[in-house]
Design a protein around this ligand. Structure first.
Ligand code: FAD
Length: 193
């Protein structure tokens, strides 16, 4: 266990991000109406002792993160898609009544992301966005709408289509895990309060 709580938080983020990327890289390309489905926890991934994801044998070049690029370094766009997937999935699972610790964690996570995101141009830009849009994480609805808004701020700066935030719940669902195994720790109990 790391002694630095920020480092521990960042490591947790890195692990979660890897997991989301791993899930997505194993998804078969979906027809358009499936693209809005919640992410399913797929069992077909094997993770070696060095924590590298071993693609399944039928894994092809249909990688929704790097869009058709079979191998090689992650692109800025691929990294962005993976990170937004992680963040919107986190928001989808963020509790209606978060504990004080959860509110603190999510703010720290955004702050760390704005400093350590591995694309300096993006990190600097995100820092500016956070300064004018402080994290709102008082509830699930508040956090997911805030995230949609800041994602749209990035979209606008890149001349991308603005996403209708009233559709965020339909676009990003909770991870589909049996027996709520993917719930955020503490979302059903209040021991952190
Ligand atoms: P993405 O923007 O990656 O979105 C992925 C999916 O999310 C979309 O397909 C859509 O279904 C959904 N979506 C889109 N908008 C929203 C929304 N508002 N709310 C909910 N869901 C939505 N790239 C740069 O070139 N310069 C930057 O400065 C930069 N800053 C970034 C900062 C952060 C914090 C992050 C995470 C990424 C940043 N990126 C930046 C990457 C950029 O935002 C995109 O991820 C990348 O260009 C790929 O875009 P995309 O069109 O595939 O969809």
């Amino acid at each position: 266990m790391s002694e630095n709580p920020l480092q521990a938080l960042f490591q947790t983020f890195a692990k979660l991000s890897n997991t989301v990327q791993a899930h997505l890289s194993n998804l078969i390309p979906q027809p358009p109406h499936h693209s809005t489905s919640p992410i399913t926890k797929t069992p077909s991934i094997s993770i070696s002792s060095s924590s590298k994801v071993t693609p399944s044998p039928n894994d092809s070049s249909h990688d929704p993160i790097n869009k058709g690029q079979s191998a090689g370094p992650v692109t800025k766009e691929g990294l962005g898609r993976a990170t937004w997937t992680f963040l919107h999935t986190l928001a989808a699972q963020y509790p209606d009544n978060p504990t004080r610790q959860q509110k603190k964690d999510v703010k720290e996570l955004m702050s760390i992301l704005s400093r350590m995101y591995p694309c300096k141009e993006c990190a600097d830009h995100f820092q500016e966005i956070l300064r004018s849009n402080p994290v709102q994480a008082g509830s699930h609805a508040e956090f997911s709408q805030w995230l949609c808004h800041v994602h749209n701020t990035v979209n606008r700066s890149l001349n991308k289509v603005v996403f209708p935030c009233e559709r965020v719940e339909a676009r990003w669902g909770k991870l589909e895990c049996e027996q709520r195994a993917c719930d955020i720790l503490g979302s059903t109990t209040n021991f952190w309060k």
